[in-house]
Design a binder for this molecule. Sequence first.
Ligand code: SF4
Length: 175
Amino acid sequence: MENTTSGTTKARIAGMVKHSSVDGPGVRFTVFFQGCPHHCPGCHNPETWDPAGGEEISLDELIEEIRKTRYLDGITLSGGDPLLQPRAVIAAADAAHAKGLTVWCYTGWTFEEIMKGSAGPDAVEALNHMDVLVDGPFRMELLSRECIYRGSSNQRLVDVPASLSAGAAREVKSL
Ligand code: SF4
């Protein structure tokens, strides 16, 4: 199957975990995208920063992996920063939604920055294809063990459909 949505046929990833229980609620298929421009001090995954590192995977292969993996509640797009590869985010998210799975995406940009275009126009479009955005850079001085699914207290679990509808960030009320 050729990906015809954009001409993008490949993603550059650092790896995949097919059954993760730490990247959002339930059992999730996590894709770690390669490349991150944010370089947060204290980042746990600095090996994902180099946009030329990692390995290439075709979007067809990525979609097929999501499609065939059983016993999932959702997918999580992590990294690195997935929004450097927004067309791949859209393809993976659509494959997950077609299976009835929820889509979470981590990013070092805030919801407001994305909406202003800081991550590019395709990243704005990608918001329409996800359910929860865990947003903002990791800030060591705000490190908190209280923050479920986040590293620092500045990061939010943004309810993306509600936020797009309201025109302003709305956090997830319950998981
Ligand atoms: S945005 Fe995430 S992956 Fe990128 S440097 Fe910050 S903590 Fe690391």
